[in-house]
Design a binder for this molecule. Structure first.
Ligand SMILES: Nc1nc2c(ncn2[C@@H]2O[C@H](COP(=O)(O)OP(=O)(O)OP(=O)(O)O)[C@@H](O)[C@H]2O)c(=O)[nH]1
Ligand SMILES: [Mg+2]
Length: 223
């Protein structure tokens, strides 16, 4: 996290990690579409042929709190293709939280596992502890045939400590829930580390409620 006391601005870095073609870029595109223009900035996608991310994507989101602090979230994706490991490591540097986007197709199980191990290794390489780093997992592409069953995913979720979300990112399903889950975990970890409530008057519960309202979740729940 970057703290700029003079500008009263906090910048939080969130990284979408996972195997090639799991839907990381699609998650950012869906968030960009779903949030209002006063919250989302321009989505920078650096794509190559065949939808493959070559370097990274970046989506900035800005929330201003009641206490006059600007909180900026920078959402990054890594390129999933195996050959781009140096870039993945670089993008993961200084991450405050990570969403691991897994592909639900049974045929992709091994690719998911490899990418997960690769993420843990790159966290360590960047001096981040994989056992305490805020992490959520999304099983994407729930609309496809040949996917791991709901029961299987629920069992995996019970075994692990990370929150698990199911999604169809191309339709925007589960995308905001994943983002909010990640924001929640990350913010609480940052509060513990930096005492944001005490230093900036940013009450974690109030701030996270603000974020939900800005993303239309509170409104939707009341429908
Ligand atoms: N059927 C289906 N296709 C999806 C879903 N999410 C993404 N896709 C498709 O999967 C392909 C890859 O999606 P991307 O978002 O580019 O994947 P990525 O994880 O960014 O891939 P890399 O940049 O190579 O790491 C695209 O054709 C998407 O339209 C989904 O929920 N269901
Ligand atoms: Mg991509």
């Amino acid at each position: 996290m970057q703290i700029d006391f003079q500008a009263r601005e906090l910048t939080v870095k969130l990284v979408y990690y996972g195997p090639a073609l799991s839907g990381k870029t699609t998650n950012l595109q869906a968030i960009h579409k779903l949030v209002t223009p006063d919250t989302a900035g321009r989505l920078m996608t650096l794509e190559t042929r065949d939808d493959r991310t070559l370097f990274f994507d970046l989506l900035p989101l800005t929330f201003s709190s009641g206490s006059g602090i600007q909180v900026r979230f920078k959402l990054f994706t890594v390129p999933g293709q195996v050959i781009h490991n140096a870039t993945r490591r670089l993008v993961l540097q200084g991450a405050d939280g990570t969403a691991f986007i897994a592909d639900s197709q049974v045929a992709e199980t091994r690719a998911n596992q490899q990418a997960f191990l690769n993420m843990q290794e790159n966290l360590r390489e960047n001096g981040l502890d994989p056992t305490s780093h805020p992490l959520v997992i999304q099983f994407n592409k729930r609309d496809l045939p040949g996917i791991r069953t709901d029961e299987e995913i629920d069992r995996l979720a019970e075994r692990g400590s990370e929150p698990v979300f199911k999604a169809v990112a191309i339709r925007g399903v589960g995308v905001i829930e994943t983002f909010l889950g990640l924001t929640d975990l990350t913010w609480r970890a940052l509060e513990e580390k930096h005492s944001l409530h005490e230093k900036f008057g940013l009450d974690p519960d109030e701030f996270l409620r603000d974020v939900r309202v800005r993303l239309g979740i509170e409104g939707r729940a009341a429908e």
